[in-house]
Design a protein around this ligand. Structure first.
Ligand code: UD1
Length: 417
């Protein structure tokens, strides 16, 4: 088990570059399966999640070359349509590989995906949509097999604007006959990035980023290059890291429009924020003020920053109320924060945080990607040494997090193996 040891109480200052988006990279890597030609991808973060996804593609038969910032994927000779069970179980987003494999080969076999334990995370919306597209879905002994002679365009209404289901439908519909319409589609920027990449390959996708997405099937795609968008959650993480330490940090290579609710809440907490084209500069006040947040689908406050923001609010003045509306199990970090002296009470999908003057370093354990990151945020502000155990989840989602924090004047070290 790997851990981070963090000496807290250091004010972060300087500049940090944001890496490519994890959540955009994963469906975009999946999209290359639809393209029998070569796709060159830029700005894919070097993290465990992209490594696993690329490994699955390699097993399916894709040829992959990585040099410095570029990954070349040639999917011409894919020979398998079954996603290996052990890799599938390692992360949730492997489920979008199903839509891409189906789209190209009209069949796929996979198991229920794994990933962070932040809620039930069913895939019923994905499977219902596949059925509407004329795909037969059979579940047997833990395996799901989807197949059809041809994928039919459909009018799909999502009960909830699921990010993964929207991506899976787009991928499955790209090479289908006719126009598929997704009503109540997720509007996250990562959906726009996926659609932009596919359109660059020759797909016909309209409306990505709105709640109605139309995909008109094309016969085939062509080779292209695409640069993945910056990671808005990593940007939000560094804003909170600066804020919690009373710091002043310039966040570079970010698209500020992607994190507007986060910027507003930081301003409400007393931070000064200066926004330029691809740069956000944050200057924290001496003492943060309490704020309330409610997570919502985009463009609301992102659930992926709830734990990180919540950890920051443990040192704010006053009482903050956080409502988690997306995932039912995203408060596990609270009991760990209490070991550091935080005061918080959970009531259903709400947590009430009473800000403290100081947190004290302790040994705590991360139980999911963003929850583990929240503990790191708290540790940066805490007095003395904190050991955050079980950081494997964190390493899955952030590129060089420790290096970047140290460059800003923090003190964090990875130990164990
Ligand atoms: C994606 C992101 C994740 C983010 C989430 C919400 C990736 C790799 N992950 O996850 O970081 O937190 O969006 O912004 O991009 N649901 C169902 N049935 C389904 C699908 C989803 O009930 O078939 C529920 C989920 O349990 C959850 C909610 O819908 O409560 C949102 O899930 P969804 O938007 O699908 O999130 P993911 O795509 O898993």
């Amino acid at each position: 088990m790997k851990s981070y040891i963090i000496e807290g109480g250091r004010r972060l200052h300087g500049e940090v570059n944001i890496s490519g988006s994890k959540n955009a990279s994963l469906p975009i890597i999946a999209a290359t399966i639809l393209n029998a030609d070569t796709t060159k991808l830029y700005n894919i973060p070097k993290i465990q999640d992209t490594k696993i996804t690329l490994e699955i593609l390699r097993i399916l038969g894709c040829k992959i070359r990585r040099n410095s910032g570029k990954i070349e994927i040639n999917s011409k000779n894919i020979t398998k349509t079954e996603i290996p069970e052990d890799l599938m179980r390692q992360m949730r987003s492997t489920v979008v590989l199903a839509g891409a494999i189906l789209g190209r080969f009209k069949e796929v076999t996979f198991t229920y995906p794994g990933g962070c334990e932040i809620g039930a995370r069913p895939i019923d919306l994905h499977l219902e949509a596949f059925k509407k597209m004329g795909i037969q879905v059979e579940e047997k002994a833990g395996f799901i097999r989807c197949s059809c002679d041809k994928i039919m365009a459909a009018d799909i209404n999502l009960d909830f604007p699921s990010v993964g289901a929207t991506e899976n439908i787009i991928l499955a519909a790209t090479l289908a006959d006719g126009t598929t319409v997704i009503n109540n589609a997720a509007m996250e920027p990562e959906i726009i990035d996926l659609a932009n990449c596919l359109n660059r390959m020759g797909a016909k996708i309209q409306g990505a980023g709105t709640n109605i997405v139309k995909i008109t099937g094309v016969k085939k795609l062509k080779g292209t290059g695409y640069k993945v968008m910056p990671d808005r959650i990593e940007a939000g993480t560094f804003l909170c890291a600066a804020a919690v330490t009373g710091g002043k940090v310039k966040i570079k290579n970010v698209i500020p429009e992607h994190i507007i609710p986060v910027i507003h809440k930081l301003q409400e907490a007393g931070c000064k924020i200066d926004i330029q084209k691809n740069v956000i500069e944050i200057e924290a006040p001496k003492k943060l003020k309490a704020v309330d947040i409610k997570t919502m689908p985009y463009p609301g406050f992102p659930t992926d920053l709830q734990q990180i923001f919540g950890s920051m609010l443990t040192v704010a003045k006053g009482t903050s109320i956080i409502v988690e509306n997306i995932f039912e199990n995203r408060f596990k970090y609270i009991s760990e924060l209490k070991r550091m002296g935080a005061k918080a009470v959970i009531e259903g999908k709400t947590v009430v945080i009473t800000g403290k003057r100081k947190l004290i370093g302790a040994t705590v354990k991360g139980s999911d990607l963003r929850g583990g990151t929240g503990l790191i945020i708290a540790a940066l502000a805490a007095k003395g040494k904190t050991t955050v155990e079980n950081i494997e989840y964190v390493l899955r989602g952030y590129e060089a997090l420790d290096e970047k924090i140290n460059l800003l004047g923090g003190n964090i070290k990875e130990v164990g193996g």
